[in-house]
Design a protein. Sequence first.
Length: 612
Amino acid sequence: MKIDTSQINAIRHKDGPELVLAGPGSGKTLVITRRVQHLIEQYHIPPSSILVITFTKAAATEMRQRFEKLMGGRRVSVSFGTFHAVYFMILKHAYGYTADNIVKEEQRLQFMKEYIHRLRLEYDDENEFISSLFSEISLVKNTSVNLAHYYSSCCGQDVFRKIFEAYESFLHQNRLIDFDDMLVYCKELLVQRPDILAAWQRKYQYILIDEFQDINQIQYDIIRMLAAPQDNLFIVGDDDQSIYRFRGAKPEIMLNFTKDYPNAGKIILDTNYRSGAEIVKQAGNLISFNEKRFEKQITPAAETGIPVVKQEFQTQREQNLYVIQEILRLHREGMEYKDMAVLFRTNMQPRFLMEMMLDYSIPFTAKDRIPNIYDHWITRDLFAYIDIARGDRSRGNFLKIMNRPKRYLSRESLPYEEVAFDVWEEFYEDQGWMVQRLEKLQMDLKVIAGMRPFSAINYIRKGVAYENYLREYADVRRIPFEDLTDVLDELQENARGFDTFDTWFEHIEQLREELEEQAKSYKATDGVNLSTLHSSKGLEYDTVFLVDVNEKVMPNKKAVLDADLEEERRMFYVGMTRAKNRLYLLWSHQIRNKDMDPSRFLTECESARIKR
């Protein structure tokens, strides 16, 4: 393979810090592996003194395999690993840790379930709540934020602090560490033990880091210590592809690298060998609207390319049908399903498309876990209302909905497994206003029983005032009310085509079975790839469909600050540059019966920002 001038300059770099800005499809893996080869064969650096760090185990494995192929299949003692693997190795040598000291996922979950039960906290989806807690605990550890100044978004500040401290105590008592502790403890060790730090500095004289734009502060602090005093630090990344701020990544670290290392060189790998000319041009126009970035002009290796398809639709259903038809057309013309990808902003979006793919027998593979809307706690609440309206009298269903919205009904008023309204009213016979509430509930249930599914959901939302409960829920937990009504909107839209509850529930059960069957039938390599923008990073496909390119979706409605908007733009840039030949940018005027505007990103793709 021909190597360009920028790549050669990067490969030949020997000593001192070097910043390599590697645009999409510019051959960064080739540069890293060839540079390691060059250090060994041309500069006679001992292989054992070279450390290559990546962000994922898969990337480390691929990097090692590519390097060994370059070396003619020989095993060479260069170290390849993730940040966590490298830092755990340092802890292992210092403290004698083994794999048994790393807390297992089931241990963490078991502890957290038992502890939050002891606290008697209120939440609607246990798994979702625990997942949010662990994400926030990880963020606190990775950013070294003072716990006293951290405001949790999933529970009160005092409650979060109590949970955090209990979790830490559980780990200490059992001599366990989690993945975030590997970083925290490693930094503490190297700060407190200069002798151990010096030993590792002597061991690794040359450090190369891939995807540097995703580094967080604590990872960077440790790397700076390890690289000193020679500072033979070769960092490769693309500030325009930094999309993990929510995990604690700090794109500013890469942007400020030359301030931390004033003698650092800078090389730009500015040729995109992956994408067609029009894709490269429009992606470049888009990203030029970001202020906080290194100025660079990425050029395509290909002189021509298929024009980017931009298409508007009246409804999301029409958009999805177009995607289906294009996939089938391209497949008929000889393209394999696995060479196509549909990219979304969030993992909630592809559910309707998945149903349509099943209807048209198109195999697909979902890179992310796609939450089943029928498993959502809001759906379970609505189904409880519907089941009761249709005659179900189980206590569990009544307990689920009796105070959603607030009716001030007590659990003690339902002592039996079967609920009878006359017995229930007897419990409140001396409280006329409570009897009236029960009568209103009975009337609501009769109304629901006579409705079609779409109308029933609408009545539960407005007539029963379930939305009032959701508004209070959102206020207490400091989450956007719209996130909850989105679930209702999607559920209602899903119910639109059904005349009876029986046919709707049959469809839901059939869908569940088909999804399970689909997952068994098709290997991961056989189907159209469904992926979020985050999960698509580092991958490439012949054809990419970016769907729901609307304001409030791309960019996401939560992106309010300039920094958030720039991250959204980088995400869209990542999505566009996954495409080799065909790129579709699609949007709808209506999503779930809501009027929507096309994304500003569509306009930005047309012409670069004029610098003032």
